[in-house]
Design a binder for this molecule. Sequence first.
Ligand code: NAD
Ligand code: TYD
Length: 369
Amino acid sequence: MQDVADKEKLQVSPSGLKRPLITGGAGFIGSNFVHYWQQHHGTPVVVLDALAYAGNRANLADLEADPAVALTFVKGDICDRALVDQLLKDHEIDTIVHFAAESHVDRSILGPAPFIQTNVVGTFTLLDAFYHHWVSQGKPEHLRFHHVSTDEVYGSLGEKDPAFSETTPYAPNSPYSASKAGSDHLVRAYHHTYGLPTLMTNCSNNYGPYHFPEKLIPLTIVNILLGKPIPVYGDGQNVRDWLYVEDHCSAISAVLHQASPGSTYNIGGNAEVKNLDLVENLCDLMEEMAPDLPVHPVRSLITFVQDRAGHDRRYAMDIRKIQTDLGWSPQVTFKEGLRHTVAWYLDHPDWWQPLLTPDYQAFYDEIYS
Ligand code: NAD
Ligand code: TYD
């Protein structure tokens, strides 16, 4: 149903096609989005990705090997203005879907500088390049700059607070969320000041295939497979609102194709879960689904560790605006999504094992020692 609605309301270029540049398309959500795009829209895409530590060309290998898929992969930095200008022009780009970012809160605490560079300066570079590209063509109405952002810009909720809505004031608490908030403000300013046709989505925690094993869900799965302790920060009672990554992709597609320029939408899974409950749930699922685990009972691996500095207590998203305006709702329940995710990691040791490099181990030791 959603796809039919998308196609009917598609605001397309005069040629009838959207030609997107997808930044960060080799990362977790970006690569899922490239797959989603091929399946549901199928027009040629250009991916710009610096292949930073979480970027992995293997995430796109099946598409790059398929002669029916028109995918151009460019290894490069979103802060490289000359490169961005060239790509916009050479590929006649009419849509940017901007995922590229430094994305891990713990890394932002250890070293905030790359977060400011990529998330703030990089987003500015893309916005300004796209603005001049748009102006050079006489400001066509169908162009779009879609900025992918996070619920973390809104700060932290108390147990009984209402969920974040699109009008909740920004109150970012980590260097990561502050850098994303900075980028969100630049997107807003380019629309407000210059009329650039921007779109923005703020989403809750994603999970699913191709998730780098530094974030809670893939880290827990991988550590269980290796028989390593599962680190739970603080008292484990922090709450996150989880969304299966394919649902995030369908929400972005709905916004991209249907929303008015300048609009912002919150996206979430209506699935608030406490970290400890989530980890226990994963332990039980792994006992059920994975043969020959090195440690039993799996729950004995759960280890409480020192809390993250400035750890946000609770996130929750009010998604009524996107439900009402665009008819989007999450389709995958948390229970189903977690099962798909565990199954994917069990089927793809060849994907995650090579990621456990000496650099990964050094980061791990620094965070958890
Ligand atoms: P990720 O870390 O898995 O991927 C980020 C990608 O950006 C990587 O491929 C990396 O190589 C690339 N990249 C980093 N710096 C770059 C640069 N300077 N130039 C070009 N490419 C660069 O992150 P993700 O989890 O896929 O997140 C994607 C986007 O979604 C981010 O903007 C993030 O803020 C946002 N987001 C993530 C979540 C989540 O739960 N993961 C939730 C809401 C919003
Ligand atoms: P994470 O996956 O890093 O996402 P975010 O910080 O963007 O929400 O963390 C999800 C939650 O899990 C968060 O409350 C921090 C917690 N956490 C742990 O308890 N242990 C861990 O090893 C990690 C990585 C996260």
